[in-house]
Design a protein around this ligand. Structure first.
Ligand SMILES: Cc1ncc(COP(=O)(O)O)c(C=O)c1O
Length: 393
């Protein structure tokens, strides 16, 4: 399948018709255990979904539906191996515990997702892993931070949640290689359709599959894809040892979402660009954050490394924080809610909602910030909804 295009891989990788029944999509193997071929010998595997799976004995270790998803994820990101977890945070925790030891240091984007910051600041710190928020959009700052204190991991989100800042993955990969650090890219906002970090030199890709990969706001999940099979072995060991795997139905839903990822992302990008263009000239909006705007400081890097600029647009309300909160309650189609990446549009106030965990830290977001997850509804309807909520028709 390696020569096939993205949309072909999304529909076929790991998803051969079921060998027993011919079912054209992978069945939900809702099963915890398997009849074994003999004592100490697992059942099947090897040729089924999840090509690296040696056999089935217990579904925490391997499950055919999860295996199909893992194989598809690896193909879409161009990696040696993929892993599916119960959530994005479970994937992050597994990766950091696989590669870090007490006294290791992690550089993180200075506006990294609040949950990632909380994991490092409130959980892994007690296990002796330190971290430093760093401006990843400036490679010189990253080099300086590494000179001051060598890091085991450089953890980059691009574009970031919720401020949409952009980092040059290829430049950071070179810096990581020179420094002997692992470059991890959280590719949740872009999805593999828009951006493929491993091809740009990253070592590991992280996803909250809850977002664009699942795409329908009906399943929570996470993923890791690694470039190196050896690191894949370490992660496979820890995934089984710590057990935060996604269930078969969750894997099946995520895989169903992935089959339409390309066409959904095209529409998310087109709608978001129009929303950003309208907000950029709106008198009640002080500042718009969207990498598709030529005025965005990361626009050129984003244009170089992404196929499109994504579906999330953030903006600051000119009238301040109270108006930002009030606005979130005035939209009709943009539903007030956390998360993003589903087909339906969402609106939220990051300071009080998704990013409340970074309040008072170096990562605190502006109180007048509103984040939109622009869905794939009719764009004119979305624009009308925003104009009316902002109070100017
Ligand atoms: C960029 C990013 N990474 C990771 C996560 C965590 O994923 P999950 O909520 O699936 O645990 C999120 C969740 O919003 C996210 O936005």
């Amino acid at each position: 399948m390696s020569g096939d295009g993205f949309e072909t891989l999304a529909i076929h990788a790991g998803q051969d018709p079921d060998p027993v029944t011919g079912a054209v999509v992978p069945p939900i193997y809702q099963v915890s255990t398997y009849k074994q071929d003999g004592v100490g010998g697992a059942r099947g595997g090897g040729t089924g979904p999840g090509r690296w799976i040696e056999g089935y004995e217990y579904s925490r270790t391997a499950n055919p539906t999860r295996g199909a998803l893992e194989e598809c994820l690896a193909a879409l990101e161009g990696g040696a191996r993929g892993f599916a977890f119960a959530s994005g945070m479970a994937a992050e925790d597994c990766l950091l515990r696989a590669v870090c030891r007490p006294s290791d240091h992690v550089l993180i984007s200075h506006d990294v997702y609040g949950g990632t910051y909380r994991l490092l600041d409130k959980v892994l710190r007690d296990w002796g892993v330190s971290h430093l928020p760093t401006a990843m959009s400036d490679p010189a700052t990253v080099r300086r931070a590494l000179r001051d204190k060598p890091a085991r991991v450089i953890w980059v989100e691009t574009p970031t949640n919720p401020l949409l800042s952009v980092a040059d993955i290829a430049a950071l990969a070179e810096i990581a290689r020179e420094a002997g650090a692992l470059l991890v890219v959280d590719n949740t906002f872009a999805s593999p359709y828009l951006q493929q970090p491993l091809a740009l030199g990253a070592d590991v890709v992280v996803h909250s599959t809850t977002k664009y990969l699942g795409g329908h706001s009906d399943v929570v999940g996470g993923a890791l894809v690694v470039a190196d099979a050896g690191l894949g072995e370490q992660i496979a060991y820890l995934q089984n040892a710590t057990g935060a795997v996604g269930g078969p139905f969750d894997a099946w839903l995520t895989l169903r979402g992935i089959r339409t990822l390309g066409v959904r992302m095209d529409r998310h990008c087109a709608n978001a660009q129009r929303v950003a263009d309208v907000l950029a000239v709106h008198p009640k909006v002080a500042e718009v954050f969207y990498p598709g705007l030529a005025s965005h400081p990361g626009h050129e890097v984003a244009a170089k490394q992404m196929r499109g600029f994504g579906g999330v647009v953030s903006f600051r309300c000119a009238a301040g924080a109270d108006e930002a909160v009030a606005l979130c309650g005035r939209t009709r189609l943009f539903t007030l809610g956390e998360s993003l990446g589903g087909v339906e549009s969402l609106i939220e106030h990051p300071g009080w909602m998704t990013h409340a965990s970074v309040a008072g830290s170096a990562l605190e977001v502006p109180a007048d910030l509103v984040r939109l997850s622009v869905g794939i509804e009719t764009c004119e309807d979305l624009l009308e909804d925003l104009r009316s909520a902002l109070g100017q028709r």
